[in-house]
Design a protein around this ligand. Structure first.
Ligand SMILES: Cc1cc2nc3c(=O)[nH]c(=O)nc-3n(C[C@H](O)[C@H](O)[C@H](O)COP(=O)(O)OP(=O)(O)OC[C@H]3O[C@@H](n4cnc5c(N)ncnc54)[C@H](O)[C@@H]3O)c2cc1C
Length: 309
């Protein structure tokens, strides 16, 4: 696609691709710039997306990209957006190509940020090796597959109690690991105990396993607590440096604040998906938000043009 661009979408996950599909169908020229580093690539199967339950996350994206690029006025390019700056009548977007794709420097009247979140896992040895197979972050997504197992719920934040209670939907053999960080009050510990959930406050040194199967969590004093699977709470951050001087409003977690229709505090700049409050959700929710914000962008465009006549 070489013609001028109406909307640049930052991020080619479910939010960005769903928006792009609806935008191009409303005859908008759309360029999706995607760093192609999906957070969920750690896992082999995505669950809960109606008609695609169990699909590989990468396959879901590939199908989405194919649908979007089947329209002549839409393009998806692997590139990492470096800057979005205000120029007369819109925005200038620069991006560095990834995986051999060229750099881009485009102007557009509207930008949709659908760049998802970055996550940092607790600093526990070997955790990465089991993340996405035995250890997951999203219990709504992967709880069903872990039903009845000896589960560890690892978290360093105060929502550990809430998360352990939620995971109890799928198993009655749960230990909540604070990793020496999360606070669990005596009242909360009693509440967890009433559900059969034990609290382990010692630091977890390492995840241990045998031939790829998780077998336990080794604590700092060497004791191994047998477990076969579990859920871990990452810390999530929104990387928004490229918005630089635009000064879009963010909340206390650094997420882009939007109104109910997906508009940020900057006219012409929109956001959807996990990068907006409340943060991490699910594929189908992100895709739904993408569809919703595309309708906003289209409506805003139509009425802005009508008013300018
Ligand atoms: C391990 C794991 C497993 C999960 N399993 C499930 C599941 O089974 N079911 C489910 O419903 N949900 C699951 N989720 C949640 C789901 O993946 C997210 O809710 C969803 O992907 C959010 O979509 P998004 O479009 O907002 O962002 P993302 O899917 O994160 O996509 C954002 C894209 O933007 C790109 N990007 C970031 N910065 C830039 C930039 N500067 N320039 C260009 N591109 C950029 C990224 O590389 C990425 O490709 C899982 C999440 C994780 C981490």
């Amino acid at each position: 696609m070489t013609a001028p661009v109406d909307v640049v979408v930052v991020g080619g996950g479910p939010a960005g691709l769903s928006a792009a599909l609806n935008l191009v169908r409303a005859r908008q020229r759309v360029l999706v710039l995607d760093g192609n580093r999906p957070r969920n690539a750690a896992t082999l199967h995505s669950h809960g997306f109606l008609t695609r339950d169990g699909i590989s996350p990468l396959e879901l994206r590939r199908m989405g990209r194919d649908e979007v690029t089947s329209y002549a006025d839409a393009d998806v390019q692997f590139a990492l957006v470096d800057s979005v700056t205000a120029v007369d009548g819109g925005f200038r977007v620069t991006a560095s190509g990834v995986r051999g794709a060229p750099d881009r420097d485009v102007t557009t009247t509207r930008v949709l940020v659908a760049a998802g979140l970055r996550e940092t896992l607790p600093a526990i040895g070997n955790l990465r090796a089991y993340y996405g197979t035995a250890l997951h972050s999203c219990y709504e997504c992967d709880g069903y597959e872990k039903a009845g197992e000896a589960l560890g719920v690892i978290g360093e934040t105060d929502d550990l109690v809430e998360r352990a209670l939620m995971v109890a939907l799928w198993s009655d053999d749960i230990i909540a690991f604070t990793n020496g960080v999360a606070t669990v009050t005596d009242d909360n510990e009693r509440m967890l105990a009433a559900r059969g959930i034990r609290v382990e406050r010692r630091v977890v040194a390492e995840i241990v396993g045998d031939r790829g199967e998780l077998t336990g969590l080794r604590l700092e004093d060497g004791e191994v607590v047998p477990r076969t699977a579990g859920f871990v709470r990452p810390r999530w951050t929104a990387a928004l440096d490229y918005l630089g001087a635009l000064g879009a409003d963010t909340d206390e977690d650094g997420l882009l604040i939007v109104d109910a229709a997906g508009r940020t505090s900057i006219p012409g700049l929109y956001a959807a998906g996990d990068i907006t409050p409340p943060g991490p959700e699910q594929l189908i929710v992100a895709a739904g938000e993408g569809a919703q914000v595309s309708a906003t962008i289209i409506r805003d465009t139509v009425f802005a043009e009508a008013r300018s006549i």
